[in-house]
Design a binder for this molecule. Structure first.
Ligand code: NAP
Length: 291
């Protein structure tokens, strides 16, 4: 059987165009959407990723400010930088890029990002709002999974969806978004036991574990739609997902590739969220227009 490859590239371009159009609309109103990315690492692949956000922002007409505090930044340095960006009216969206220096906990720092500028849904307040159905920015990666499934007209209501991974940035918010769409969800993690117990009967399997080759062809049915969120850099420098692509191709009905799947859509959504944040912030300044 041939497995359909669900590329995210066309969707990523469509979302980027939407962000571009919204940025032009904001410019016409005298507003200049700006995204700030806070970095504190020497890790080359992180800097490569941040530059890719910067280039995509430029293409969309969004300013991107890289705040590089260096690999020896302290938690206090990072907290001060985040608070300064919160207070800066020219900044609309803030991302705290991981990894952080050893001993600095991202979980504590993300609480400093103002919810209205939290365009990657990192602040626990954003996750809480998502949980109770209040307006908030969902983490872009979790939203990207839903956007890809919608783009390819894959129904979610009443479907049996397995999410592998329960992090606050991917697995949990994605499960909330799927619940909002009336899917029946099972969340797997490192202690949930053999994956095939859950995945064999799943209509949709989303893998977000950060383990290369975790899901293979023996884990899924021929009807399964497999979404690979994982990004793993192999010793030879190549990028692979969490799915053993060679064994899943030919078994599952459809699969998102890595690279060219969820990741490309994620970056475009960060830009779209920035324009949405800029619009919301401008409305909040005009009495009677907030909301
Ligand atoms: P994380 O915080 O390390 O969480 C990984 C999750 O996977 C945990 O819940 C863990 O379970 C679970 N897990 C690990 N090994 C497992 C196993 N053998 N069986 C079942 N579950 C297992 O990672 P994350 O931040 O969520 O990221 C997950 C992956 O997505 C990574 O590869 C990351 O690079 C990628 N990612 C991609 C994008 C994108 O835009 N494409 C964005 C963000 C992240 P426990 O909770 O029990 O430890």
């Amino acid at each position: 059987m041939s497995t359909l490859l669900l590329s995210g590239k066309t969707l990523a371009k469509t979302i980027q165009q939407k962000a571009h159009d919204e940025a032009r609309g904001l410019e016409a109103d005298g507003l200049h959407p700006t995204l700030a990315v806070v970095v504190a690492t020497d890790d080359g692949s992180t800097h490569w990723y941040v530059r890719s956000i910067e280039r995509a922002a430029e293409r969309a007409g969004i300013s991107c400010r890289i705040v590089d505090l260096g690999h020896d930044a302290t938690g206090d340095d990072l907290a001060v930088a985040l608070k300064d960006l919160n207070a800066d009216p020219s900044v609309n969206g803030i991302i705290l890029q991981t990894p952080l220096p050893p001993g600095v906990e991202s979980d504590e720092l993300v609480g400093h990002i103002a919810p209205e500028k939290d365009i990657d849904g990192a602040n626990p307040l954003s996750l809480g709002r998502l949980a109770v159905g209040q307006p908030s920015f969902a983490p872009a990666t979790a939203r990207a999974v839903i956007e890809i499934l919608d783009h390819f007209d894959i129904p979610l209501a009443g479907r049996n969806v397995v999410v592998i991974g329960r992090s606050a940035v991917v697995g949990k918010p994605l499960s909330l978004l799927l619940l909002e769409r009336d899917a029946a969800i099972t969340i797997c993690h490192s202690k949930s036991g053999p994956l095939e117990r859950y995945t064999k009967t799943a209509d949709v399997v989303v893998v977000a574990a950060g383990r290369a080759g975790l899901l293979n062809g023996g884990h899924v049915s021929s009807a399964a739609i497999v979404v690979d969120v994982g990004t793993n850099v192999l010793p030879d420098g190549s990028l692979v997902g969490d799915v053993d692509e060679a064994s899943v191709r030919g078994v599952a009905a459809a699969l998102t590739p890595v690279p060219g799947g969820v990741g490309s859509v994620t970056t475009s959504l960060l830009l779209l969220h920035t324009t949405q944040a800029a619009r919301q912030q401008s409305r909040a300044l005009i009495p009677g227009t907030a909301g």
